[in-house]
Design a protein around this ligand. Sequence first.
Ligand SMILES: *Cc1c(COP(=O)(O)O)cnc(C)c1O
Length: 412
Amino acid sequence: MRKTLPFTNEFLLELTEQYPTPFYLYDEAAIRRNARRFITAFDGFPAFQEYFAVKAAPNPHLLKIFKEEGCGVDCSSLAELLLAERVGFSGHDIFMSSNDTPAVEFEKAKEMGAIINLDDISHIDFVEKTVGLPEMISCRYNPGPLRTGNSIIGNPIEAKYGFTRDQIYEGYKILKDKGIRRFGIHTMVASNELNPDYFLETARMMFDLVYKLKVIVGVDIEVINLGGGLGIPYIPEDKPINYEELANDVMAIYQEKILDRGLFPSKIAFESGRLMTGPYGYLVTKVLHKKETYKDYIGLDACMANLMRPALYNAYHHITVIGKENDRLDHKYDIVGSLCENNDKFAIDRYMPKLDIGDILVFHDVGAHGHCMGFNYNGKLRSAELLWHGDRDCEMIRRAETMDDYFATLNF
Ligand SMILES: *Cc1c(COP(=O)(O)O)cnc(C)c1O
């Protein structure tokens, strides 16, 4: 599918006059439409919840949108819990899925009434001794050799997350013996996965596990969290996940493995980040320099500190050049940032229209794991974030960092 922008070039150019590039721009209407469609697809279940993974786009203005659309939040750190609290999330609308968790984070999660998702069997004791066990607990399952992971998250057996197969039964038994009566269960074995079969296999595995936990340990699982990891079509030829098909197929498995077995009608949950904001965020940048040496380089005013995914995962992000949308892609460039790191490249050997200094380049699909991965290496400052409400209505929801911010933590 051809990737296009939801706003006019005229509007975008106006924005670049008002706000210095680079900046992030999020499309509010598209975020809402997608959230509604995703949630509605799962209407057939007794209960369903999407816990938006805060780490993907930790801006309270975006969290507020998800709250209004009926989502909960998935938090994995103290800062994420505090952000969720400021926006008004509380209780079981918060799923605390963290690992290597400090006591203060368990303490805050418990105080907020969150569903605490334990990453390890030793955390049962740790939580009990440090902050006391909360009323509802979930455990994160790592199927190990039963599943093969995908490229970003890796092979489950090599992944640091979760309880093993043996530990999961033991864990729920210990929790039950300690008087816990309300349980969730969680797994996440893929990241950016576009093949829906992957999630069907996960559902099958989890529903069978829930059955065995009932038979062997005698616990009812109220929430089955199938994790995040639903992929988005970064590459124009990629096929997006069909939510309605996914929901129908999960429902068939749920009917057979949960309802027909007379088990507790568990709530089904996802904790997606990428799927919820990824396609609806854009990074707007400008060409600063052209350089012709052994290769042809285009130097942007953005760098890896603004968008790390290409350098970190060799990820593809589609680029639209404003005003040159229909030009022939007959020039091959490396599109780079200014870090003193040779992997600070947004694209390598990418065929583009002929580019000139001053051209505006818009990166697609940066709404998740984009701005938030930013860092200050080389003294680079993180950019502003703008939220586009539609028409000509745009709001700055995070200002750009300044040199004062950079110097603020130095003690001299
Ligand atoms: C990162 C993460 C998510 C979100 O992943 P997406 O790929 O953005 O859907 C959800 N849950 C946990 C535990 C995570 O670490």
